[in-house]
Design a binder for this molecule. Structure first.
Ligand code: OAD
Length: 233
């Protein structure tokens, strides 16, 4: 399977990766849906990752995100991030809100679900601020319009950032090899990129610690071991 996947990648003209929380798991960042350890097994996503939850208790939401930010700040990119960053010929589309691909040196990353390293105005005035993940700012009003500032991430019920989504959709539609890394592929529209790539006849390679059920080349094991093997030339 690994040899077939490497051969497909060697021939690829428009290779794309599509990653999720499993990519950063070995850096100590929790995933969302794994039993016991996933964030959504421990916390209520509607209270912490929805506009309604933020309206109910903005301080709780910002405090929770700031804890995640400090966790990312103290984490290091793992071998999978580094191997991906080393392939400047591949565009990386990710659902992850951490910055570990960039810190590994990747310079073309499409963040479908936003980034922890920015805040934006919850009132929609467009004001944004960069955030130091090690020292995130507490809940505070937007200096331009007075609404609360909030993390610039996508919450349940919200639309994906338009420019990033259009680019990712086009990349999937034009990909000849589409490498899916560490995602449960349950959250749409992001997960729909896999079907888009398939419709375009891309070879789909899936790297996951759990055996996958989807058609394509399955590489079962931790991303930190499999991805460097897969992406080495
Ligand atoms: P999930 O938690 O749903 O899935 C993580 C996937 O990673 C699972 O399929 C695991 O089997 C796999 N996995 C875990 N450890 C791994 C490892 N070391 N190597 C390889 N695979 C591993 O996370 P996502 O699919 O990223 O959205 O979730 C998608 C979205 O749902 C997230 O972006 C987030 C969440 O709600 C928002 O916050 C909007």
């Amino acid at each position: 399977m690994l040899d077939a996947a490497k051969a497909a990648l060697r021939k690829a003209v428009r290779p794309v990766t599509f990653s999720g929380a499993g990519l950063s798991a070995e850096s100590g960042i929790p995933t969302f849906r794994e039993a016991q350890t996933g964030l959504w097994a421990m916390y209520d996503p509607m209270a912490l990752a929805s506009p309604e939850g933020f309206a109910t208790d903005p301080e709780l939401v910002v405090g929770w995100y700031n804890e995640r930010r400090r966790n990312v700040a103290s984490a290091q990119p793992n071998a999978a991030h580094c191997a991906m960053a080393g392939r400047q010929d591949i565009v990386h589309v990710t659902q992850n809100v951490d910055n570990l691909l960039e810190r590994a040196g990747a310079n073309d990353v499409v963040h479908l679900h936003g980034s922890l390293d920015r805040d934006k105005c919850s009132g929609g005035c467009g004001h944004r601020e960069d955030i130091d993940l090690a020292n995130p700012l507490p809940l505070r009003p937007c200096p331009l319009c007075g609404h609360w500032m909030r993390p610039d991430v996508v919450w349940f019920g919200e639309q994906l950032p338009r420019v990033g989504w259009l680019r990712a959709d086009q990349l999937a539609a034009e990909a000849d090899v589409f490498v899916v890394i560490g995602t449960s592929a349950q959250v749409y529209p992001a997960a729909g990129l896999i079907a888009t790539a398939r419709r375009a006849d891309a070879i789909v390679i899936e790297v996951n610690i759990e055996p996958g059920a989807t058609p394509g080349i399955q590489l079962t094991g931790p991303a930190g071991r499999i991805v460097p093997e897969l992406l080495s030339l």
